[in-house]
Design a protein around this ligand. Sequence first.
Ligand code: HEM
Length: 440
Amino acid sequence: MQCLRHGPSGPISAGHSKRSRKNEVITAVASLTPASVPARARHFSAAWTDQLRSPSGFTERSRALGAQGFLPSPEPLQRLGPAYELWEKALDDLPKRIIAAGSGSLRRWLSELPPFPAAALAGNAPSEAELWRAMLLQSFFAHGYLWQEDGKTPDLLPASLAKPWCLLASCLQVPPILNYSTYILHNWRRLDPSKPIELGNIVCLNNFMGGLDEEWFRLVHVEIEAKAGPAVASIMPGQAAAAVGDTEGVERCLQCIAEGISAMCVTLGRMTEKCDPHIYYERVRLPTSGWRDNPAMPNGLLYEGVWAEPRQFHGASGAQSSIIPALDGALGVQHPAGWLRDYLATMRLHMPAQHRAFIAAVEVGPSLREYVQIHSELVPVYDACIERLTAFRQQHSAFARNFIAQRSGKAEGEKGTGGTLFTPALRAMKQATAEHAISR
Ligand code: HEM
């Protein structure tokens, strides 16, 4: 395997002033990619690109999305094979090691683990599920190393953790940091496989510290993803209907979107049943932090043995879920230009490549909004979608306030896990959504 440090684009300064954040992430991931990734591990993005180029590919993917939206299908791999048992057992032990941490014991233990054999896995035609499982192992080890030991946060990740992690990230075409897809989408299982993906029948695969609040926080997201499935799957058939003037088909799609968002709101409303805002603020959110605009890591993170300069990336955030951007795209909801839109564009680079491609395809598809503007009988159902999306954003922003801003005592100034000043930003997004109602 070629040394990752000498990727084709060479080292880049983390603080390059002229380059946008999105471009920085793209360049960083690209510098890990072609030469350093074994050819057989590159087939995922290629397969998806091919599928998305053909109209029947869209329909196929759309149908597949129907079952469980952006949740992986097949469902997340619970364990890698026997060759990887050493790292699986270490991950089983991580919550105990976090509880026992002190005087550097957790960091010592993690940095002394044998390096995960990422190159062997990547060179062995892994399934996408195996790559995500390996990514989960490495992301939990790295974030445990950085955030779960008291004292000053280190600004260097040892090569034994950094190198395999970066290789896996490059196979999956995402930056080497914990993302929503790893933390939420690939981190659950059903208790009874014959029953639906819903609270009461799902549990997490792995945790940092563990406990009720941490698991529930993630499981609410999983149920929301499942509830959004039919709405997301209806988008492309709805756009196809608009293209051929099938008003009933467009109406069916909008109806499905409105119902889906209502179901998402019901699930979001269950967050406080078992996730206490205080525990979330004090314990759950810390290990999901990133190293961009984070005062605890002002220079970002040096990935030892990978890049010569430190890198800055945003941490895991619900803004990396593909549901809302897909619905915004379907309904033609646009947000004002500015840093917030740039931030959301950067968040897309943390999504699985095929989800990014799906959203991009929706955005350039036939406009449901323009169709409704011509066929005024559809205005009530379109406006119902806008009203419910506004309500979801309203409810979500109240949660963000209750779970973060009010705990910190800095109502306007607190930053979210993604490193943004979120209170005014979320308010602006809700307002922009509401303004898309046609009958307003
Ligand atoms: C207690 C639970 C939650 C809290 C405290 C919370 C917090 C936040 C914060 C602070 C942001 C600002 C951006 C950032 O910091 O990255 C954000 C953005 C976002 N979150 Fe959440 N979130 C929660 C639950 C959810 C859930 C369940 C979803 C559903 C998938 C979600 C989806 C989003 C989206 C899509 C954005 C981008 C802004 C938008 O499009 O409206 N969040 N969240």
